[in-house]
Design a protein around this ligand. Structure first.
Ligand SMILES: *Cc1c(COP(=O)(O)O)cnc(C)c1O
Length: 415
């Protein structure tokens, strides 16, 4: 840590921030909750909970169709959130923001709307060895359907993408590169800007799965220059059931709709239907209205934080956890990339990760144990599963100390 980072970390008033998140004062098994499963989902600030409740209590109405005032207000509010998402990602236009259920649906939308339309037999899709299942399976299915080839970019023993191998794989038939911003299983931050540049140079489109990127970094899709970027609301302190797909306008114009039905048409006759313009073209059906509004409240909340301080604090948590955990005999950290987001995946010699999770649960500590929806990543590192502690800006060093004590307890029980 540099001096300025230490100073920045002090700016963040963690006690005050923790009071914004009611779940953080919960008790689990007789202990104050130590919530370290933020890569799976984050807790919600009162600002989000209260805004959604107020909307449902006093303002609820559907969007688009109403001539009455409450419906018009709902519609305007959802449009405002779309603009907030545009600003959050620094996209050029609000119409490049598509509301989806989450990162999973976003990838499926691109696979269906872009992949099915443009990719032909023999074309290639590149993904990395450390992707989440939701950035693997939609492409596998598309490959089966269309006779495409899925190629895998390997990682080194630290869990970093090997750029030379990536360059070798990029070829004339590469149509799409779909890559995670941050690995949810290892914490590796991938060099997405550089990869996008290389992919574009080879004429390929780039999707960035930002489910683990958006919670930790200020994302600038125009600077990255990716064709698509997606994230889930529930991983950035907002509700479940809502997420965002950003896509360059020219792609949205060219792509086919993903789902069809109400709200996405311009006109329908039994002979022919014409589609509405993006974003409506990709938003068939009544959306998750209260969740969209909750997402807006989450972005407002994040907008008030000092991001330099947040980044410094999260980095400090990662450094502290890495030091504390790696000092424990028999503990192995899986994923040791130079650039990591604030999570630590680890295993204990001879002890199943589920047993680690179960003992920690009794201590009030919530971590994830399993394959983290990334079985190929586990295979690459020769483990069936790992224990994973993942941090948010509301976590503290004291919580990490509790985690380390808990892990030592696991060792005592199972030795
Ligand atoms: C969580 C996650 C997803 C899927 O997000 P959902 O909210 O479950 O749709 C995709 N990719 C990564 C890297 C994730 O961490």
């Amino acid at each position: 840590m540099t001096k300025t980072e230490t100073a920045a970390a002090d700016v963040l008033d963690i006690d005050r921030i923790r009071r914004d998140f009611p779940m953080l004062s919960s008790v689990m098994n007789g202990h104050g909750l130590v919530y370290l499963d933020n890569a799976a989902t984050t807790q919600k600030p009162s600002a989000v909970i209260d805004r959604m409740a107020a909307f449902l209590r006093h303002e609820y109405a559907t969007i688009h169709r109403g001539v009455y005032t409450f419906s018009q207000l709902s519609t305007a509010e959802c449009d405002t959130v779309r603009e907030k998402c545009r600003r959050f990602l620094n996209a050029g236009r609000a119409s490049e923001i598509i509301f989806v259920r989450g990162a999973t649906e976003a990838v499926n939308l691109v696979a269906a709307g872009f992949g099915r339309k443009f990719l032909k037999k023999g074309d290639e899709i590149l993904i990395s060895q450390i992707e989440h299942h939701s950035n693997i399976v939609p492409w596998q299915r598309l490959c089966e359907e269309k006779g495409l080839t899925l190629k895998i970019i390997p990682v080194n023993d630290r869990g970093e993408i090997i750029l030379e191998e990536f360059q070798k794989l990029l070829g004339a038939r590469t149509y799409l590169v779909s890559i995670g911003h941050v690995s949810n299983a290892l914490g590796t931050v991938n060099p997405i800007r550089e990869m996008t540049r290389l992919a574009h140079h080879a004429g390929a489109w780039v999707l960035v799965d930002g489910a683990q990127g958006a919670p930790h970094f200020r994302v600038d899709v125009r600077e990255i220059d990716c064709d698509f970027y997606c994230f889930s609301g529930h991983k950035i302190y907002g509700p479940t059931g809502i997420g965002v797909l950003y896509a360059k306008a020219k792609h949205l114009d060219a792509m086919d709709p993903y789902q069809t039905g109400g709200d996405m048409i311009e006109s329908v006759t039994f002979e022919k239907t014409t589609y509405a313009k993006p974003p409506a073209k990709f938003e068939a059906g009544t959306p998750a209205i209260a969740e969209i509004i909750g997402l807006g409240a989450a972005l407002d909340y994040l907008g008030k934080l000092d991001w330099e301080a947040v980044t410094a604090h999260e980095r400090e948590l990662l450094t502290h956890a890495t030091e504390k955990l790696s000092a424990i005999p028999g503990l192995k950290i899986i994923g040791t990339a130079a650039e990591k987001a604030s999570l630590v995946s680890f295993s204990l010699e001879g002890i199943h990760p589920h047993d680690i999770g179960t003992v920690l649960d009794q201590e009030g500590i919530a971590i994830r144990a399993g394959h983290h929806c990334a079985q190929p990543t586990m295979k690459r590192f020769g483990v069936p599963a790992t224990a994973r502690a993942s941090f948010a800006f509301y976590n503290t060093k004291e919580e990490i100390d509790k985690l380390a004590r808990g892990v030592k307890k696991v060792l005592e029980i199972f030795k």
